[in-house]
Each structure stands twice: as C-alpha cells, then as structure tokens.
Design a protein around this ligand. Structure first.
Ligand code: NAI
Ligand code: MG
Length: 362
C-alpha cells in the first residue's frame, strides 16, 4: 500500500536524524511491502532563510495533503542565530505552532518508557524503577489555559492580568476517547488527572471523562489530583499506563515524565487530531551545539516514525518491529554520546541508524 509522508527535516540536527528515520521506514517498506513516499516540506529557520517566513501557506497545504507528517526539529542557537532578531511570529518555532493549529492536532501523546539497558541513566532509585516503567501521557493540546481569553490592564489602580482556563464538553470528550482507545491497545488503564477539588473546569473534566468511561467497561478508570500525580510519577511510575490530562497539566507532567527516562534523545511524540493525519516528532529541539557532527541520537525520531506507523497507518506489527530493533541494538551495547556509559560502544548518528536497520532486516 502507498503512504504519503510530509517530511520536515528542519534545522540543526533535524536533517541528520530524519535521514535515519527514513532509512528505517525504507527497510520496513521493503520487508513488509509498503510504499512510503516522502514529500519534503520547508519549515523553521531553513524556511525563513529561503521564503522569509517559518511556514508558508503552500507548505501547510502540502502537509495537509499527506497521510502523516514526520518532523525533525526547528530552531537555532538562541544566542547566535539571526532568526532571533525577528518578531516571535516570524521565528522558527512559530512554524511548528502554525502547523499544529493548521492541522487541528488536539491530542499530544508522549510515551515515557525506560529501556532496561538505560536504567543507569534514570535518576530514580533502583527499587522504585523495579523492572522498568512504560506509560503514556495523553495531553489535550488545543484548549485550556493556553487558548482561553487573556488580558492585562490596570484595575482599580493595580496592574492586573487574567488567563482563562476554558473547556467545553466536546473538547473533553474527544481527548478522553483518544486516551481510552490508546489504553485499549495497551494495559487497559486510564488515570485522569485534574484539580477537581478547586477548579470548575476540572469538575466538568471529571464529569465528562466519567461519562466517556462508561463506553469502555474493559478499561480500568481512576482519577487523580494533579499535585498528587506529580508526586506519584517519581514515587511509583510503574502504577501508570495512560495518564489523561488537560493542556497545562499535561505540559508540566509530560516534561517531568521525560526526565525519568534517561536521555532526551530517546523520547518520541505524536500529535493527533480527528483524522488519521498526525504529526510525529522527537521531543528534543534542533541541538545546535552538536549539529553537523554525526553525534545526535536518532532513536527519538525513529521511535516517532514507529508511532506514525501505529497511529496514522494502523501498522502496529511494523511499529513493534522497530521498537524491538531499537531494544536489541541497545542490548548489544551500542550507544550514541548522550547515552554513553563505560564499557559500551560509541557510535555516530548514521551508524546507529544502520544498526537498527540491520536488526530489522535480519
Ligand atoms: P535541544 O533539545 O535542542 O537541546 C538540549 C540539549 O540536549 C543539548 O545539549 C543537545 O545537544 C542535547 N540533545 C538534544 N537532542 C539530542 C539528540 N537527539 N541526541 C543527543 N543530544 C541531544 O534544546 P535547546 O538547545 O534548548 O533548543 C535548541 C533549539 O531548538 C531552540 O531554538 C528551541 O526553541 C528549539 N526547540 C525546538 C523543538 C521542536 O522543534 N519541537 C523542541 C524544543 C526546542
Ligand atoms: Mg513543555
């Protein structure tokens, strides 16, 4: 079958890690008879240099016409790049926000997986890590505090500012369904995180998520207050399967979750909407300090490509093959510099891609 993928290499290490993800997709395509067609799309600093803006309308339309979008990273060296003298709406990162909004991607999916081989890189104690953890944060991405009405003005002689945390039942229902569907393909547990002891928006959140849960009797459903959840992620991360939460709580909790898995170079993400068209990207940025040196860890991007196969193309088996290949290469002791430890074999970006590809072929 044919799959059309908009590929956005972007800036810094972006082109290097995207090359490795394409290498893996090509190997999967050959082995399982899929035809992945790539259309390159300009975004970020490289787009500013060529077109004057971080994302052109034409680039957005191209992305919309594809079945999925695979992104490296955008951005430059904050201290040095010319792009940072530009107003915020013309900077590289504005391209990413415009793309997420343009594709109406309301669900951000961030798995937090600790690979056995990287336990020594985890800041948690051994008895807490146990035999590892594997959970996923499902964060609402286009509503809540970041999109509510806001203003700053003088009120009764005092400088005053307001942000509004607003959700309607439709927005809550669609992200809740997304979390339950994901849980069904995993260990069938959803923990919904809110602040229902204080916030009206959270009380509605709780009401709607409980209504939705009735359609998923096979999935175990619990609630947790956000402050407790922040503690539980470091106290006992193994209790979680799917964490469902609103935009700002998810922003904070998913960053906390990413830090207990070892390296930023390992973590993938997916942003999904109503259709099968999703955006897949590593959670790290363009890493200008190591760009062009064949040092970047391509695993986060390769695992993002695996998420694309799973969520946009329903190729679950092929996605699992990629995940197993990554595990096996780590098991054999190969490491990029960010996850290097004594006694292991240091490899560059391209060699890491080759090793994972070989694992899939054999
Ligand atoms: P960064 O994530 O690019 O780098 C932080 C540190 O992690 C650096 O020391 C870097 O070398 C290292 N690192 C990151 N990815 C790595 C990988 N795959 N392998 C090995 N080491 C890796 O964050 P930073 O430096 O704060 O931001 C650089 C630029 O990236 C900025 O312009 C920022 O706005 C942008 N950015 C873009 C994102 C995106 O495109 N989604 C996300 C985050 C930042
Ligand atoms: Mg964040």
């Amino acid at each position: 079958m044919d799959y059309r993928i908009a590929v956005i290499p972007g800036d810094g290490i972006g082109p290097e890690i995207i090359a490795e993800a394409k290498k893996i997709l090509d190997v999967i395509g050959r082995k399982y008879g899929h035809n992945f067609q790539y259309t390159e799309v300009l975004m970020g600093g490289v787009s500013i240099d060529i077109t004057g803006v971080p994302l052109t309308d034409e680039a957005l339309q191209t992305a919309k016409s594809c079945d999925a979008v695979l992104l490296g990273a955008v951005g430059g060296d904050v201290g040095k790049s010319n792009w940072y003298s530009l107003p915020p709406n013309l900077r590289p990162e504005a391209g990413l926000l415009a793309l997420r909004k343009g594709l109406n991607l309301f669900a951000n999916i961030r798995p937090a997986v600790l690979f056995d081989e990287l336990k020594s890189a985890c800041p948690l104690k051994e008895d807490i890590i146990g035999d590892g953890f594997d959970f996923v944060v499902v964060r609402e991405l286009t509503g809540g505090l970041y999109f509510g009405e806001r203003w700053t003005k003088e009120v009764e002689g005092l400088r005053t500012a307001v942000d509004t945390l607003i959700y309607n039942e439709k927005e809550i229902e669609r992200i809740a369904r997304c979390a339950f569907e994901i849980a069904r393909k995993r260990r069938k547990k959803v923990c919904s995180v809110d602040k229902a002891n204080v916030l009206d928006s959270s009380r509605l959140w709780r009401q709607i998520t409980h209504e939705v849960s009735k359609d998923y009797p096979d999935v175990e459903f619990t609630d947790m207050l956000v402050d407790n959840c922040a503690m539980q992620i470091v106290k006992n991360p193994r209790q979680f399967d799917v964490i469902l939460t609103e935009n700002m709580f998810g922003d904070i909790l998913s960053d906390e979750a990413s830090m207990i898995t070892g390296s930023i170079g390992m973590l993938a993400s997916a942003s999904l909407g109503k259709t099968k068209l999703g955006l897949y990207e590593p959670i790290h940025g363009s890493a200008p300090d190591i760009a062009g040196q064949n040092k970047a860890n391509p695993i986060a991007t390769i695992l993002s490509a695996a998420m694309m196969l799973k969520y946009s193309f329903d190729l679950d088996k092929e996605a699992a093959v990629i995940e197993d290949a990554v595990r096996n290469v780590l098991k054999k002791g190969y490491r990029t510099v960010d996850i290097m430890s004594p006694g292991k074999t240091l490899v560059g970006t391209d060699k890491m891609g080759d090793l994972i590809a070989d694992e899939i072929i054999n």
